[in-house]
Design a protein around this ligand. Structure first.
Ligand SMILES: Nc1ncnc2c1ncn2[C@@H]1O[C@H](COP(=O)(O)OP(=O)(O)OP(=O)(O)O)[C@@H](O)[C@H]1O
Ligand SMILES: [Mg+2]
Length: 320
């Protein structure tokens, strides 16, 4: 059913290369394509440096693309400029891990929350003041927080303020980049519950980025697994445990279970370091660490292919 719907966001052959000081180029995102459907939460997981934040920054237009394109509501938004870019930013908001770092420490919380409303001239100061109170209430903070400064808030409270600010402009898409990673487990659960409640209430769509597969799986309906700038697997969250195919996804899953298991059954761990993204292997990016590596994997990059309905993997084990 989902496949027939028009996606809200369509990313095609997206590549981002950074120029390094030594003259080399670093490929942070390597020719990736995916869709975000209206009302869904799409998870993106993968270890540090695999390109997750680069995707988030490109989608919120904080970074330009090297090649490829992005379509939002059937409109190409890859190279928007000026007022069009500004208006588009309203619709696609981002919540970072340390969102509070972008708060002006000398501004009170009330001011921080109403600032985007005034910047976009959506209402006058008095109206924005009462709107800020409503927004804070939505994220579970009392009016009393309006007069506090950022340093007087806990990490969880600051993340709630970041959420209030992000939803103030009535976006359609919120990209959460490690938005709950720095929080204690119990606070993390509360913030995730808040995000899910807001999703239902406001019909939001999320891209939820994290390195913790257990957390990402809980909130997302679909998961993209990345390795070294590429998508290695796309799978529905509820099929993940039973049907994960790519050796990297399986290893990630094994490490999730290892935290919870008490017996001493041997688990698969990923040994070694990923290769440097400025010096990519010729074949599969995971070949240097994969226990199932074959000759072909050293020579040819596997393409992402549909291996069963709505389940995609980029691995020579599943390709003729
Ligand atoms: N402005 C930049 N200039 C050069 N290289 C960059 C730049 N931004 C990111 N990179 C590199 O691109 C790669 C992907 O980085 P990115 O921040 O997207 O990873 P990530 O998956 O978000 O990692 P983490 O889980 O640690 O947040 C890394 O190798 C990083 O060093
Ligand atoms: Mg990141």
């Amino acid at each position: 059913m989902r496949k027939k719907k028009e996606p809200l966001l369509k990313i095609r052959s997206l590549t981002k290369k950074f120029n390094l000081q030594d003259g080399k180029k670093l490929t942070a995102v390597d020719n990736i394509s995916f869709e975000l459907y209206s009302g869904e939460c799409l998870g993106i997981v993968g270890e540090s440096g695999c390109g997750k934040s680069t995707i988030a920054k490109i989608l919120t237009q904080l970074e330009s693309v090297t090649s490829g394109n992005i379509t939002y509501n059937n409109r190409d938004i890859t190279h928007l400029k000026g007022e069009e870019l500004r208006q588009n930013r309203r619709k696609v908001q981002m919540i970072f891990q340390d969102a509070a770092e972008s708060f002006n420490p000398r501004m009170k919380i009330g001011h921080i929350v109403r600032e985007p409303l005034l910047n976009f001239k959506l209402m006058n100061k008095r109206k924005a003041e009462s709107e800020a109170k409503k927004l804070l209430a939505m994220v579970g903070l009392t009016e009393d927080f309006m007069g506090r400064y950022p340093h007087q808030l806990s990490g969880g409270q600051k993340q709630r303020v970041a959420i209030a600010r992000a939803i103030s402009l009535e976006p359609e898409i919120i990209i959460c980049d490690e938005a709950t990673s720095a929080l204690d487990v119990s606070i993390q659960e509360q913030v995730i519950k808040l995000l899910m409640d807001l999703q239902k209430e406001k019909g939001l769509s999320y891209i939820f980025i994290g390195h913790d597969l257990a957390v990402v799986r809980n909130i997302s309906q679909r998961i993209i697994v990345m390795y070294l700038g590429r998508i290695v697997e796309v799978i529905d969250s509820n099929r993940l445990t039973a049907s994960a195919a790519h050796p990297y996804t399986k290893a990630l899953l094994a490490s999730v279970f290892s935290v919870n298991r008490e017996n001493s059954t041997e688990i698969e761990i990923i040994e070694g370091e990923p290769p440097s993204p400025s010096d990519m292997p010729q074949g599969c990016g995971f070949s240097t660490r994969c226990k199932k590596c074959m000759d072909k994997c050293l020579k040819e990059k596997p393409e992402l292919k549909e291996i069963s309905t709505n389940h995609f993997a980029a691995c020579h084990l599943f390709q003729e």
